[in-house]
Ligand binder design. Structure first.
Ligand code: AMP
Length: 469
C-alpha cells in the first residue's frame, strides 16, 4: 500500500517523501480515503498510530481542491485539542504536510496573550487548531466566527472530556454549521464519548486500528514495586544500572519534577523539565532540547503527556502512576511509535494499587511486576488483575513471636523486626547525602496543587502563521 494509491495529490506525496514516510499506517489507510470522500469518521486510535497525518493529509487536499478561499475572521477547518502542547504539535504537522500549498494555519490556546491571535485571525485561516476555552474566548470577541467551518476535528476527544471541556465542546458544537464534516479521534471510548459521537457524527466510518483501550503491543511494559519514599533513589538506581540515557519521565507533582531533575543533574545527566508552572516558551524550549538530544532526560507532569511528538523515544518511566487510567495509555504512547519498539517502566507503591488496577482493566492486561534487590517494598503492593480488581489485600505482617529469653541477648518484647541498616537495605533518599537541598517530596504528603497539571483553557497566544513560525 502506498500513499499515492490512497489518492493523495503530488505536492502532498512530495512532502511525505521529504519526511521519509514510506508507507501509510493502518489508521491512515482507513482514514485518508474516508476523509477525502467527505465522510464523517469515528476513530479509536491512540497517539503514535499516525492519526494526525490520517486527518491532516486528506483535509489539506480538500482545502486545496474544494470550497471558497479564506475570509476574514473565519476558519475552514477547525481542530479542537485538549492542550497547548498538542495544539503546537498538530499545527506543526499541518505545516510539514502542507508545505508549498499556500494555506494559512494558526494555533490558538490559553495561557498566553489573546491579542496576537486576534490579529492573526483578521485575515482568516484555512486551519485553526485550538483548545476549546480559548476558541470560545475568541468567538465571544468576534475574532473568529464559525459559519464557514467545513470540517470539525476532535483530536483526543477523551482527554478533552477528562479535562472538563464538555460544556465548552457543546457550546462549540451548537455554534457550528449543521452541514459539515466531523472527525472524532479518541484513544479510549467511554460511554460519554460514545454519547457525544452519536450526537455529532452522521453515519460515520468507524475505524479501530488497535483494540480500544489497549496499549500498543510493541511496547514492553512492566512495574517495579517499591515504597513511596524510596522512589527517587530506585529511579536513579534503575537509570544507572540499565544505562538508560534518553527517557521521558513522568511525575505527579511539580515538586517531584524539580526534585528528580535536580538528582539527575547532580548525577551528571543533561535534563530539562515541563510542568504547569513553566511559561509556554520555556516548555517548548525544553521539548526542543529533548528532541534534539541536548537534554537526555525530560521530566514532566501530565501536562506534557499529550501531544509530545518525539520520534524514536525508547523509554518512558512513570515514577508516579497517573490518577486517570487513560493517561497511562497516553504517557506510554510516547514510545513505540509508528512500529518502533519501546519500553515503559512504572514505579508503583502500595498507595497506587487502585490506579494500577484501573490501568490494568483499561489495557486489559496484568502488568508484569518486578522487584529490585535492595528496594523491596515494606508496604506490599496488593495484587491486582486485568479485571480491575484488587485481588488480594496484603496480609498484615504477623506480630513477631516473643522469642525465648536467652542470657546475654534480651530482645525488647513487641518490637517490630525490621531489616537492619546495611542488610541489603538502602536508606531512603531523604536520609542520604545527595547534595540536594529540600525534602524528598515522595516521602512527604503535599497539599494538592490547584493548577498544576491543568492545561490553560482560558488564556492564549498565537503560535502559528503562514508556513513557517
Ligand atoms: P501521531 O500518532 O499522529 O502522533 O504520529 C506518531 C508519529 O508517527 C509522528 O512522529 C509521525 O511523524 C510519525 N508518522 C506518522 N505517519 C507515519 C508514516 N506513515 N510513516 C512514518 N512515520 C509516520
Amino acid at each position: 500500500m502506498s500513499f499515492a494509491s490512497l489518492g493523495l495529490i503530488d505536492p502532498l506525496l512530495r512532502n511525505l517523501q521529504k519526511l521519509n514516510y514510506q508507507t501509510p499506517t493502518p489508521v491512515q489507510v482507513k482514514a485518508i480515503p474516508a476523509v477525502l470522500g467527505g465522510q464523517d469518521v469515528m476513530a479509536a486510535a491512540q497517539t503514535g498510530t499516525g492519526k494526525t497525518a490520517g486527518f491532516a493529509l486528506p483535509l489539506l487536499q480538500r482545502l486545496v481542491q474544494h470550497g471558497p478561499a479564506v475570509s476574514s475572521n473565519r476558519a475552514r477547518v477547525l481542530v479542537l485539542v485538549p492542550t497547548r502542547e498538542l495544539a503546537e504539535q498538530v499545527l506543526q504537522s499541518f505545516i510539514d504536510y502542507g508545505e508549498g500549498l499556500d494555506l494559512r494555519f494558526l494555533a490558538a490556546y490559553g495561557g498566553v496573550s489573546i491579542n496576537p491571535q486576534m490579529m492573526a485571525l483578521r485575515k482568516g485561516v484555512d486551519v485553526l487548531v485550538a483548545t476549546p476555552g480559548r476558541l470560545l474566548d475568541l468567538n465571544s470577541q468576534n475574532a473568529v466566527q464559525f459559519d464557514r467551518v467545513q470540517t470539525l476535528v476532535l483530536d483526543e476527544a477523551d482527554r478533552m472530556l477528562d479535562l472538563g471541556f464538555a460544556r465548552e465542546l457543546n457550546a462549540v458544537f451548537a455554534a457550528l454549521p449543521a452541514k459539515r464534516q466531523t472527525l472524532l479521534f479518541s484513544a479510549t471510548f467511554s460511554d460519554e464519548i460514545r454519547a457525544m459521537a452519536a450526537s455529532i457524527l452522521r453515519d460515520p466510518v468507524n475505524i479501530s486500528v488497535s483494540p480500544p483501550n489497549a496499549t500498543a503491543s510493541n511496547i514492553k511494559q512492566w512495574v517495579v514495586t517499591v515504597d513511596k519514599r524510596n522512589k527517587p533513589e530506585l529511579f536513579m538506581h534503575l537509570v544507572a544500572e540499565n544505562k538508560w540515557e534518553h527517557a521521558l519521565v513522568f511525575v505527579k507533582t511539580r515538586n517531584g519534577v524539580d526534585y528528580l531533575a535536580a538528582m539527575l543533574d547532580e548525577a551528571g545527566y543533561s535534563v530539562d523539565t515541563i510542568h504547569g508552572d513553566k511559561p509556554q516558551p520555556a516548555r517548548l524550549r525544553a521539548l526542543e532540547r529533548f528532541k534534539t538530544g541536548e537534554a537526555h532526560m525530560l521530566v514532566a507532569t501530565d501536562v506534557a503527556a499529550r501531544g509530545l511528538d518525539i520520534d524514536d523515544l525508547p523509554l518512558v518511566i512513570n515514577v508516579d502512576l497517573p490518577i486517570v487510567a487513560q493517561d497511562y495509555v497516553h504517557r506510554i504512547g510516547r514510545t513505540g511509535r509508528a512500529g518502533a519498539s519501546g519500553v515503559a517502566v512504572s514505579l508503583v507503591c502500595a498507595d497506587e494499587a487502585p490506579q494500577l488496577a484501573a490501568i490494568e482493566a483499561l489495557i486489559r492486561q496484568t502488568l508484569v511486576r518486578r522487584e529490585e534487590p535492595g528496594f523491596e517494598a515494606e508496604h506490599r503492593v496488593p495484587q491486582t488483575s486485568a479485571t480491575g480488581e484488587i485481588v488480594k489485600k496484603p496480609k498484615k505482617p504477623k506480630k513477631p513471636k516473643v522469642p525465648q529469653v536467652t542470657p546475654g541477648a534480651a530482645p525488647v518484647p513487641g518490637k517490630k523486626s525490621r531489616p537492619q541498616d546495611g542488610e541489603n537495605k538502602r536508606k531512603p533518599v531523604a536520609q542520604q547525602d545527595t547534595g540536594l537541598s529540600g525534602v524528598n517530596p515522595f516521602s512527604v504528603k503535599k497539599p494538592r496543587s490547584k493548577s498544576g497539571n491543568k492545561p490553560a483553557a482560558v488564556a492564549g497566544k498565537p503560535a502559528g502563521g503562514r508556513g513557517k513560525r
